[in-house]
Design a protein around this ligand. Structure first.
Ligand SMILES: NC(=O)c1ccc[n+]([C@@H]2O[C@H](COP(=O)([O-])OP(=O)(O)OC[C@H]3O[C@@H](n4cnc5c(N)ncnc54)[C@H](O)[C@@H]3O)[C@@H](O)[C@H]2O)c1
Length: 264
């Protein structure tokens, strides 16, 4: 018999809920986890897109992949997703809290209380509520994990996206605390994502010149990220391959910008 170095990366027998998985980074993560053998439920505000994406993934991987409408800021919707996932798959082993976003502030000196609260509800509190709703099922599963789509903007000054950056910073802190709360039961990790250029940037009012600057062409890899870059890190953190890793916040951002002391 030959040694299979990929065995620990396989997700067969795992049942995943991923939030915001209808498009872009979340869809990439859903496809990778499904391709690794997991059953995947994509929970997204855009239920039609979630179902279409899930059907396309299932066609590609041959593994059970479903989409369901869910607003992660609604407790009723969260409970319904958990119920449907358990009904469909028989349990939940893996939660990926991928939902998140935030627009640019026209005036960073006048960010409203409502903007802060909305951002915290979407980016931070939803991940806590999803985690607690899944917990009774995670506690029964082997290799139970919660992994979060964090952002580099949680760890760098970013005053023009203050409500988003601070909500993502709170997500990091919260989820490291949750890792300690669930020690020896559920592994919890954060992926701090760098720029993966999506249509969302234009929707958030970021012009092409700014998008180019945000793409960090001068990072250590010389290119912006792709959903697959994030998905591969997520696969490691969700699979038994990372069984000795919990409570960590890991950068997936092209390595950060090149620093040269003496010019080019
Ligand atoms: N794209 C980037 O460069 C980047 C950088 C750092 C971090 N991130 C983080 O990665 C994650 C995914 O980013 P993306 O660029 O793929 O986002 P996206 O906006 O392209 O997709 C987000 C998905 O979430 C869904 N969604 C929005 N609100 C929801 C709600 N209330 N309930 C359920 N679903 C909802 C949307 O329908 C969409 O399908 C986010 O947490 C984001 O903050 C992205």
């Amino acid at each position: 018999m030959t040694f299979d170095a990929f065995a620990d990366f396989r997700m067969n027998g795992h049942n995943v809920i991923i939030t915001g998985g209808a498009q872009n980074i979340g869809a990439g993560i859903a496809r990778t986890l499904s391709g690794a053998g997991a059953k995947v439920m994509i929970a997204d505000l855009n239920g039609d897109m979630a179902r279409d994406t899930a059907a396309a993934i299932q066609k590609l991987t041959g593994n059970d992949c479903r989409g369901i409408t869910c607003d992660v800021t609604s407790l009723d919707d969260i409970d319904a997703v958990v119920e449907q996932a358990v009904k469909a798959f028989g349990g939940i082993s893996t939660l990926v809290n991928n939902v998140g976003w935030g627009g640019r502030h026209e005036d960073p000196m006048a960010v409203t209380e409502e903007a802060f609260i909305a951002s915290y509800k979407l980016n931070t509190i939803s991940a806590y509520r999803m985690s607690m709703a899944c917990l009774p099922h995670l506690l029964k599963a082997k290799n139970a994990t919660i992994t979060n789509s964090g952002s580099m903007s949680s760890a760098a000054p970013a005053y023009d996206i203050l409500a988003y950056g601070t909500a993502k910073a709170a997500l990091n802190q919260m989820m490291v605390s949750v890792a300690h709360m669930l020690a020896k039961k559920v592994r919890v990790n954060n992926v701090l994502i760098g720029t993966v250029m999506t249509a969302g940037y234009a929707d958030a009012g970021i012009d092409p010149e700014m998008q180019e600057r945000l793409s960090h062409p001068d990072n250590l890899t010389g290119r912006p990220g792709a959903p697959e870059d994030v998905a591969n890190a997520m696969l490691w953190l969700c699979s038994p391959a990372s069984a000795w890793v919990s409570g960590q916040t890991i950068n997936v951002h092209g390595g950060g910008n090149v620093v040269r002391l003496f010019g080019k």
